[in-house]
Design a protein around this ligand. Structure first.
Ligand code: ZN
Length: 413
């Protein structure tokens, strides 16, 4: 699939400290230790609706990871998928009397536009599920041959399921107890009550073709892949095992990331799938999680159409920490607008206080598990001094503009 356009980042003098991120699997803040190339996979959208601020917050958090590594002189191999065949897409197409292919293409195009407008650095590989079906089938066939997967005992639809106990490490990523796993599996697209499974927690790998549903011919018989195996195959085939960061929203901790990891580990015999499992918090509106089912979505494209500067959206979301669940409010947006205008005013002055110590603090806060609230506060302090005409360094405003652009993706005109 075609990815989106990149932007040229200014080089900022100096060297950042190594990036440390909170890892869900170990429950600890640990340094990301990439070699010359950092490898990151972030779960992409199911393209049945426009990009809302919850999505934006997640992709912006991992954009900061991407930028921090580039700032450290590390090459970044970033992969993201598009789940362009799945139940929600088919259900929406059915509801709206739309063609699921057209719906998927239209929403993926809008997602690219939103990402470009937000200046999110593009993945090197932006991969659709449909175009990956042959490689996904290959992985499922191997899991079946190795006894890690089985056919449901159902004479009509012998769907293929993954035996979640096969690696002996299931649960290490989420650290949830069995009761929590069972609850979340049922809530988030699992099928615990499906007859013919060996265990209620086993996840679908291949759904045999049903009348009226899209399906693909394969050595497994006609059908379509499950969601977790899609990400697992796409990631392993491009990044290899034990890549640096597996990312997504916190609602993907279980079952999605647990199963993606287990599938890959069962297939390759290598542990772990990823060195870090990194999760962004949820964005709420009026005290509730922003979600499709509640119908309380704020779309990036809507804000753009209303003339909101994408840098304002970045500043508003960065005013909270990426891991915390937080609320989107009108006040948050107006505070971000006021902050952006102060920053722009200070950055356009002919001189300011020396900027190097502020750049050092900005890098330190970002390297500390993307602590954007403190990073923004460090910049606020420089801006306040500059606006008091405290400084005489003519190079300072340009250095601040470069650092804010390269590290936060925010453009000060
Ligand atoms: Zn995924």
């Amino acid at each position: 699939m075609r990815t989106w356009s990149s932007v040229t980042l200014p080089r900022v003098p100096g060297t950042p400290p190594p990036l440390r991120l909170y890892d869900t699997a170990t429950g600890r803040l640990r340094p990301t230790a990439p070699g010359r190339t950092a490898r990151m996979y972030v779960c992409g959208i199911t393209p049945y609706d426009a990009t809302h601020l919850g999505h934006a917050a997640t992709y912006l958090a991992f954009d900061l990871v991407h930028r921090a590594w580039l700032d450290a002189g590390i090459d970044v191999h970033y992969v993201q998928n598009v789940t362009d065949i799945d139940e929600p897409l088919l259900e929406r197409a059915e509801r709206d009397q739309d063609d699921w292919i057209v719906l998927g293409l239209r929403e993926t195009a809008l997602f690219r536009e939103d990402m470009e407008a937000l200046r999110v650095l593009p993945p090197r590989h932006f991969v659709g599920a449909v175009e990956s079906i042959p490689e996904i089938v290959e992985v499922i066939a191997k899991l079946l041959a190795d006894g890690a997967a089985y056919r449901a005992e159902d004479p009509e639809y012998a769907d293929i399921y993954f035996d979640h106990t096969v690696t002996g490490k299931f649960g290490y990523e989420s650290n949830y107890d069995h009761e929590t796993m069972a609850r979340l599996f049922a809530e988030r697209g699992g099928d615990p009550d499906r007859p013919g499974k060996h265990d209620p927690l086993d996840a679908l790998l291949w759904r045999c073709a049903r009348p009226g549903e899209p399906s693909w011919e394969s050595e497994l018989g006609p059908g379509r892949p499950g969601w977790h195996i899609e990400c697992s195959a796409i990631a392993v085939n491009r990044l290899g095992m034990t890549f640096d960061v597996q990312g997504g929203g916190s609602d993907l901790i279980f079952p999605h990331h647990e199963f993606s990891a287990a599938h890959a580990e069962a297939q390759t015999g290598v542990h772990p799938f990823a060195r870090h499992y990194v999760h962004a918090g949820m964005i709420g509106l009026d005290g509730e999680k922003m979600s499709k089912s509640r119908g309380n979505l704020v779309f990036v494209s809507r804000l753009r159409a209303d003339g909101v500067d994408p840098s304002t959206i970045r500043l508003a979301l960065f005013s909270g920490h990426y891991r915390t669940d937080r609320a989107w409010t009108a006040a948050l947006l107006s505070e971000a607008e006021a902050r952006l205008s102060r920053w722009q005013e200070a950055a356009s002055l002919p001189a300011g206080p020396a900027a190097e110590p502020t750049v050092v603090r900005l890098r330190e806060h970002l390297a500390d598990d993307l602590d954007t609230p403190r990073a923004l506060a460090a910049l606020d302090a420089w801006v306040a001094d500059a606006l008091r005409r405290d400084g005489t360094d003519p190079a300072a405003p340009a250095l601040i503009r470069s650092a804010v652009d390269a590290l936060l993706g925010i453009v000060l005109q």
